[in-house]
Design a protein around this ligand. Structure first.
Ligand SMILES: Nc1ncnc2c1ncn2[C@@H]1O[C@H](COP(=O)(O)OP(=O)(O)OP(=O)(O)O)[C@@H](O)[C@H]1O
Ligand SMILES: [Mg+2]
Length: 239
């Protein structure tokens, strides 16, 4: 479960700075595919960065699966993040000088979660799971945008984290490729992972389990979507 209690985030600056989150409280159960929507500047990226431990709140509490993330010092935060959170960005952010396979192995090296040979085998399997096994030994620049995002998702899964956080993962993809990436993320939630995705995709409520709407740094709507027929959801996730 993810719990934010009275969370504020203020960025300092002239005229008193910016209040990106304003006393926000939110509870999210495990295992859901959650879409976070709202206008530009409403605080979506700030929110998921706090949940992922990429950034810290100015006030309030952020508790993820029993860990009070806001209380961790830098080194504990880095090691917690490495094992518990997989992050997917809009612009993929693969390291350009490493092969796709090496990119996926990196988080495992970093956290020393698997022995080298095991990490390699696991990375190859993850690349196969996201459908790009044949591109494992190429540099990221040789892949299409959709393939790079699949590689980034495989990298996010490297340490088998219970939480995947994605900030506009389809923002840089064409519609068909975006649908495939959404289906992949939805499928991860079906395997029990919690997936938080910031998105501007308009018909996301069709596929998300929950839609959280932000405005001016607060939650203005938090809706569980009607439960679908399992078969239909399965079909959508694998569309
Ligand atoms: N590093 C920063 N320094 C100062 N202000 C910031 C910083 N990051 C975000 N902000 C401000 O905080 C507010 C919320 O920003 P945030 O990036 O969370 O919005 P968003 O909902 O993700 O927007 P978008 O849809 O455009 O990505 C905005 O007013 C933004 O200008
Ligand atoms: Mg943003």
């Amino acid at each position: 479960m993810i719990e934010l209690r009275n969370v504020s985030k203020r960025y300092p600056g002239p005229d008193g700075g910016t209040c990106a989150l304003d006393g926000l409280s939110l509870t999210l159960p495990d295992g859901e595919f959650v879409a976070i929507v709202g206008k530009s500047g409403s605080g979506k990226s700030t929110l998921i960065n706090l949940i992922a431990g990429i950034d810290r709140p100015s006030a309030g509490e952020v508790v993820v699966a029993g860990t009070a993330v806001h209380t961790l010092d830098e080194s504990r935060l880095a090691s917690w993040r490495g094992r518990h959170v997989g992050v997917v960005f809009q612009f993929f952010q693969l390291l350009p000088t490493l092969t796709v396979l090496e990119n996926v192995m990196l988080p495992m090296d970093f956290c020393a979660t698997y022995a080298k040979a095991q990490a390699r085998e696991r990375a190859l399997r993850l690349l196969a799971d996201v459908g790009i096994a044949e591109h494992a030994h190429k540099l990221p620049s040789a892949l299409s945008g959709g393939q790079q995002q699949r590689a980034a998702i495989a990298r996010a899964l490297a340490n088998d984290p219970p939480l995947i956080v994605a900030d506009e993962p389809t923002g840089n993809l064409d519609t068909a490729t975006a649908d495939a990436v959404l289906a992949l993320l939805c499928g991860l939630a079906r395997t029990g992972k919690t997936v938080l995705m910031v998105t501007h995709e308009r018909d996301v409520s069709r596929i998300a389990d929950r839609v959280v709407t932000l405005a001016d740094g607060r939650v203005v709507d938090n809706q569980r979507m009607p439960t679908r027929q399992a078969a239909q959801t399965q079909a959508e996730c694998h569309a």
